[in-house]
Design a binder for this molecule. Structure first.
Ligand code: SF4
Length: 220
């Protein structure tokens, strides 16, 4: 039977004064802020440099990430790491996370088919993203795809129109007051899984790398 209760949200699981990302990650392992925790294997928290210059924000973990408990380790993650490399971004400058930290899927037989997280899941999970930003204080936020864009910039975000353009951050965020960091920049591009699905994968990959070159030049 479908669950109809509105999610309570993650806030009550977020430590009030976390000492670091590891403390957030431990706390997020027990999050029940929305129903996605019930069917997924585990929380998949962000990972990367504790003082990353660039924070990448994707949509949600996929099937492989759900099983391994690490973000961006499946096919899309491999492609993103390659693109980061080709763009000349130092991996030591990068932290990578998702707007929603549990895998949402539909069972078809034995297969788990990815489903986009809904607005209620994005809102429920937002306190984790806000807490990550508060600790990381990046110089640049790279938004990967439409779901992350809507989560951070609001429902009118269109990746096709806004990709590859530097935007002021947090001024362009939907709720800039959530991100009490120095004025820095944000850049949107497509999600690496969209490159994998593209008819012309080479062109889609080249355009992703071109966007990420802007990121590389921005953080110097
Ligand atoms: S998706 Fe986010 S809010 Fe929902 S249970 Fe997982 S960590 Fe908590």
């Amino acid at each position: 039977m479908p669950r109809t209760d509105a999610p309570v949200g993650a806030q009550q699981w977020v430590p009030s004064r976390p000492s670091g990302i590891d403390e957030l990650k431990s706390a997020a392992a027990g999050c029940q802020g929305c129903e996605l925790h019930a069917d997924a294997t585990q929380t998949v928290f962000g990972r990367g440099a504790p003082h990353a210059k660039i924070v990448f924000v994707g949509e949600q973990p996929g099937d492989v990430e759900d099983q391994k408990g690490l973000p961006f380790v499946g096919p899309a993650g491999r492609l993103l790491r390659e693109a980061v490399d080709d763009a000349g971004i130092d991996p030591a400058d990068v932290y990578i996370t998702n707007a929603v930290k549990h895998f949402r899927f539909e069972l078809r037989g034995r297969r788990r088919i990815h489903q986009n997280p809904g607005p209620a899941h994005i809102t429920a999970c937002r306190p984790w993203l806000v807490a990550e930003f508060s600790l990381l204080k990046p110089e640049l936020v790279v938004i990967l795809g439409a779901t992350a864009g809507k989560a951070l910039l609001g429902p009118s975000f269109r990746v096709t129109q806004q990709r590859g353009k530097l935007m002021p951050w947090p001024a362009s965020a939907q709720h800039p007051e959530d991100f009490p960091v120095a004025e820095v920049q944000a850049l949107a591009t497509i999600h690496p899984s969209a490159v994998l699905r593209a008819d012309d994968r080479d062109t889609a990959y080249r355009r992703l790398v071109d966007d990420l070159k802007i990121a590389a030049a921005t953080v110097g």
